[in-house]
Design a protein around this ligand. Structure first.
Ligand SMILES: [Zn+2]
Length: 486
């Protein structure tokens, strides 16, 4: 049955995560009623007639999760994150899998709206995400991207990203920066144009944001222009900040201060801004820079942090720590960034990484991580109608099956979720009152057909590696397989 305005649906839980006006609470055997795209009732007793019922017995009925850092595309380049030819890159994040030779640049970036971007958004929805920040997706084909998001059904905060610099490698693996003032301001102009044209598109599910690339890939001037443009257009901003050691040392050498101090100095930080990753702040154990107080600067500014723990764990790095940032007063969100884009796993990684960083099992409390993946993300977008289930909120709902041997006995469903759940436990996902996933299947296209196309695209990307990689070597030399493959 397709949903329509005025059609009432009752979800019978389960454990319902309700919002009491201040915080989440759990209602056992609770009910959620939504009418069209709005939640009408959350509680225990509802006597009015409804048009249909969803049985969520044994399930967690949760507000849909908010992914605060996501790049859409196939997962072929994530595979190259641990590039064994770049041992001198100190686990340098995107520089590990990016940065072609000048001659090979043409072959390096295979973005595909119809297969790659569609696939990753659907994959994300299936982990219970109903709203995602989507960084740079509109790129060269904004109209097609917007149409695709409309068809897929997710809620997005998106925009093309831009920067002043292009990265290349020479034939001996040295990183070279090409600066271009015009490239940056033209990129910003296009991003503002996108915001004007598409803010509120997809039935209001799309909101525009500005995404300047990184602190070291944009001039301070471009960042100042960005902040002004964002204020003029009334849109929010996210920038990759303190994401790798290269960036920290590059900015320190250029500007004589940390990346966070630079952002503060140029007036960039405020509550409209979120910082992607934000790992290498003063005092991080990898930096040998115990000076200043980046954490306090961020907290005082009201800026948020979008933390993607899995990406960093893959590189042997942790934030130090999720709890410390939270206690400093920073609004935290969770992002998926790399692959898999499974917000439930990333929530668990955020909790565990915080415990390791703090050397304390009291750190990374399930409550705090769950809040970050719901209320924290909503605050980052300046919204109080998503990330929570209360009367008047958007009908963005994730239903996770907890009645499975993998969960065993359940007492605190949030702890169970944090300890055990993965995307494959998400049974139903509703966005804006529309059911996108039911009985563990995405309803709007054939998943197997999509997977075949994704595999084909990924093989093309992997086959192209010798054409753009500075070593000229094959993918199996760049990322040796676990065992010999015959
Ligand atoms: Zn990113």
């Amino acid at each position: 049955m397709t949903e329509r305005l005025g059609m009432k649906t009752l979800i019978q839980g389960g454990f319902v995560v309700a919002f009491d006006g201040t915080q989440h609470e759990i209602i056992k055997d609770g009910l959620v009623v939504y009418n069209g795209n709005r939640v009408e009732f959350v509680g225990k007793d509802y006597s009015q007639a409804v048009d249909r019922k969803i049985d969520a017995n044994g399930c967690l009925v949760s507000p849909g999760f908010i992914d605060t850092h996501f790049h859409s595309g196939i997962n072929a380049s994530d595979y190259i994150l641990n590039d064994s030819t770049k041992l001198d890159f100190f686990a340098a994040n995107y520089l590990a899998h990016g940065g072609p030779t000048r001659e090979g640049a043409h072959f390096a970036h295979l973005k595909d709206v119809d297969v790659g971007q569609r696939f990753s958004l659907i994959h994300l929805i299936k982990s219970g995400v109903t709203t995602t920040f989507e960084i740079g997706g509109p790129g060269a084909e904004p109209e097609r991207f917007v149409d695709m998001v409309d068809e897929v059904g997710i809620r997005t905060a998106t925009g093309p990203s831009y920067k002043n610099v292009s990265f290349f490698h020479d034939s001996e693996g040295r990183l070279e920066y090409d600066w271009d003032e015009a490239r940056g301001s033209e990129g910003l102009e296009k991003a503002v144009q996108f915001a004007k044209q598409f803010d509120g598109a997809c039935n209001g599910r799309m909101s525009a944001m500005l995404f300047p690339g990184h602190v070291d890939s944009c001039t301070p001037d471009l960042l100042k222009q960005t902040k002004k443009a964002a204020n003029d257009a009334g849109v929010r901003v996210q920038i990759h900040a303190t994401i790798n050691l290269f960036e920290f040392h590059t900015v320190m050498q250029r500007e004589r201060c940390t990346p966070i101090e630079l952002l503060q100095k140029i007036g960039f930080l405020d509550p409209q801004v979120s910082l992607s990753h934000c790992i290498f702040i003063s005092g991080h154990s990898w930096l040998a820079y115990p000076y200043g107080d980046d954490l306090k600067i961020i907290a005082d500014s009201g800026a948020s942090v979008a933390y993607s723990p899995l990406k960093y764990l893959k590189l042997g790095i942790t934030m130090e720590s999720f709890d410390r940032y939270l206690k400093a007063g920073i609004n935290m969100g969770i992002g998926t960034d790399t692959f898999p884009k499974d917000i439930l796993s990333d929530m668990r990684y955020a909790a565990l990484a915080s415990r390791v960083a703090d050397k304390s099992f009291m750190s990374g409390h399930p409550r705090d991580v769950f809040n970050a993946a719901t209320l924290g993300g909503a605050k980052m977008l300046g919204r109080n109608d998503i990330g929570r289930l209360e009367r008047g909120a958007k009908a963005d709902i994730a239903i996770v099956n907890l009645r499975d041997l993998a969960f065993g006995a359940v007492r605190d469903p949030i702890r169970s979720l944090m300890e055990n759940a993965v995307s494959r436990d998400v049974r139903t996902v509703i966005v804006d009152g529309e059911t996108l996933v039911d009985d563990y299947k995405y309803l709007r296209l054939d998943e197997q057909e999509l997977l075949d196309k994704v595999q084909k695209k990924a093989e093309q990307v992997w086959d192209s590696v010798p054409k753009w990689h500075w070593t000229g070597k094959s993918i199996d030399d760049v990322v040796p397989p676990s065992f010999k493959m015959k």
